[in-house]
Design a protein around this ligand. Structure first.
Ligand code: NCD
Length: 312
């Protein structure tokens, strides 16, 4: 049973094939309209979400499948003390595939080990968020025309931002990527990502607190929200929350072909005046996420079909 917990569960070839499928769905959605007929997706969300849950659900409907949904841990048996493993076993009886978000790091892996259907990690605490990375890769590839030879600036909460951790992991597989990690000292990338991914793969990387210094060098600027829900201390959050605010004026210092990305939701870190700039692609990024989730659901369910065919 194949689950996707971390972006490294997908090979570089599979990433390319998922992007190809997503581009093809965009071109010819009718061809895929019944691809998952009779199949059910369960979305289990123990943490707030708009884009991720709704794009998974829209993706399944657009493939002709149906959806059962748990949108809030507080109204499920988790509130009675049920373990993630038990919930995953039970939901495996009702659905063909599960997308799960949970506040605890590692919860998706626990669910995958217990489930008898594929589990897709839709975000586990401050750890990782592989399907956001699928959206990010398709965005970079479509907007820049390549996934290699890029200087990528990641700005904001690099400590708790799970989308950043997964994206760095994915980018480490492409040629000639230079990372500029822009964050206050307190929100620097965790050592386990810095050492195990950046250093281990010999990626070019600089760390700076200075967005204005970094801006003119970048092909891609990936802004992130300061992750309030992961702070132990509200005062610390309030002190750090507006560390970076990208404005129209600041963008004047960026290359004319730089793209601005953000996994969303944004709070203050990108001023709304930036939205009209042709370099702002965060709303398209959210749309691309739906197509990549369609491609992933298709891939995992068709692998199950092949395995079932082998069994019987
Ligand atoms: C991100 C997340 O949940 O990690 N949102 C998303 O899925 N697009 C980013 C965030 O919440 O800041």
């Amino acid at each position: 049973m194949r689950s996707v917990i971390d972006i490294t569960d997908l090979s570089k070839e599979e990433l390319a094939s998922l992007m190809e499928t997503a581009n093809d769905i965009m071109k010819d959605p009718g061809k895929y309209a019944h691809a998952c007929a009779g199949r059910k997706l369960a979305t289990l969300f123990f943490e707030p979400s708009t884009r991720t849950r709704m794009s998974f659900e829209a993706a399944m409907y657009e493939l002709g499948g149906s959806v059962i949904s748990m949108t809030d841990g507080a109204t499920s048996s988790a509130a009675k003390g049920e373990s993630v493993s038990d919930t995953a076993k039970i939901v495996s009886c009702y659905a063909d595939i599960i997308a799960m978000r949970h506040p605890k790091e590692g919860a998706a892996l626990v669910a995958a080990n217990a489930a008898s259907v594929p589990v897709i990690n839709a975000g586990d605490g401050g750890h990782c968020h592989p399907t956001q990375t699928l959206a990010d890769l398709l965005t970079i590839s479509r907007e820049k025309g390549r996934l290699c030879d890029l200087t990528v600036g990641l700005c904001g909460d690099l400590k708790f931002g799970r989308t950043v951790h997964s994206l760095i992991n994915a980018l480490s597989r492409y040629e000639n990527i230079r990372l500029v990690l822009i964050s206050p000292e307190e929100l620097r990338l965790p050592d386990y990502v810095y050492n195990d991914v950046i250093v281990k793969n010999g990626m070019k990387c600089v760390q700076t607190p200075d967005l204005m210094w970094a801006l003119p060098q970048l092909d891609v600027l990936y802004m992130t929200r300061v992750q309030r829900e992961r702070f132990f201390n509200e005062e610390e959050y309030l002190r750090l929350k507006d560390s970076y605010i990208l404005t129209k004026e600041k963008l004047n210092h960026a290359r004319p072909d730089m793209i601005v990305m953000h996994p969303l939701p944004r709070v203050n870190e990108i001023s709304v005046s930036v939205d009209d700039d042709p370099r702002a692609c965060y709303f398209r990024q959210a749309l691309y996420g739906k197509y990549m989730r369609e491609a992933l659901i298709l891939m995992l369910l068709s692998e199950c079909e092949k395995n079932d065919a082998k069994t019987y």
